[in-house]
Design a protein around this ligand. Structure first.
Ligand code: ATP
Length: 246
């Protein structure tokens, strides 16, 4: 029988361990990620953020332990339209326009007619809609990828560093959008190495060398460490973790 609370769980990790090459990149992660919230995966370059996201969307090899997504094993066929993933490198066609790309992905996903129009507005690319992707700036290309990830109505939206290369205004707008989507009931998992973005998340997972060293909220991160900003708070958490580990 299903537990009632399972409906609120988008992702359940049980002892997730990943080896890449000879290295253990993630070491036994056990945690649940809730629906209706923006969960931030924060941490320095190389700490395992992308590997964690790839494991959740079923794109990672050599995964040990168990990863359940919306109650199903990660990567299950049934999850194809229910889970969206935007990678760091924009995965769109250079020789097509923004709208042609979105139209293509919309029909591949079976998204409703008009959905490409909806998402192009969501990511603020209306003026560039007819432009070929190859002529866009890096930040604009990433937004095409993000728009493609928002097609249909995914229940879980996994975004790998979606705000890289964006100006502060656009960044703030996208974080507003993430909060709105979570408010509508989606689960969002957003990675970033910009600690200030931590403040926009409902929950924070701070990752370091493949381990979750803090599972907290922006408010608790600042109040527990007494640090003035998330960057110093993160350093404080690392110091405390290393002190405790030695
Ligand atoms: N094939 C491989 N062999 C050995 N190590 C690997 C391999 N692929 C990735 N790694 C290592 O795994 C670690 C985690 O990589 P991952 O891409 O998940 O980090 P990240 O936190 O997303 O980094 P960034 O913020 O720079 O994108 C890194 O230290 C990386 O060097």
């Amino acid at each position: 029988m299903k537990h009632a609370s399972d409906d609120a769980v988008a992702v359940r990790l049980s002892g997730l361990t990943v080896k890449r090459g000879h290295r253990e990149v993630l070491s036994g992660l056990t945690l649940d990620i809730a629906v209706g919230k923006v969960t931030g995966v924060l941490g320095p370059s190389g700490c395992g953020k992308t590997t964690l996201l790839r494991s959740i969307v079923g794109a990672q090899a050599n995964v040990g332990g168990d990863v359940r997504v919306l109650g199903l094993p990660a990567g299950s066929r049934e999850l194809r339209t229910r889970v969206a993933y935007a990678t760091q490198a924009a995965s769109v066609y250079d020789d097509l326009s923004v709208m042609q790309n979105l139209g293509f992905f919309a029909s591949a996903l079976g998204a409703p007619k008009g959905d490409a129009e909806r998402v192009v507005d969501l990511v603020g690319l209306r003026n560039e809609a007819k432009q070929r992707v190859e002529s866009l700036s890096g930040g604009q290309r990433n937004r095409v990828s993000l728009a493609a990830a928002l097609l249909g109505s995914p229940e879980l939206i996994v975004l790998d560093e979606p705000t890289v290369g964006l100006d502060p205004v656009l960044r703030a707008e996208l974080w507003d959008l993430f909060a709105r989507l979570a408010g509508e009931g989606a689960a969002l998992i957003v990675s970033s190495h910009v600690m200030d973005e931590a403040l926009r998340c409902d929950r924070l997972l701070l990752l370091r060398e493949g381990e979750v060293i803090a599972d907290t909220t922006p408010h608790a991160l600042l109040s527990d460490t007494g640090a003035p900003d998330p960057e110093s708070a993160f350093l404080e958490v690392i110091r405390a973790h290393e002190g405790g580990a030695s």
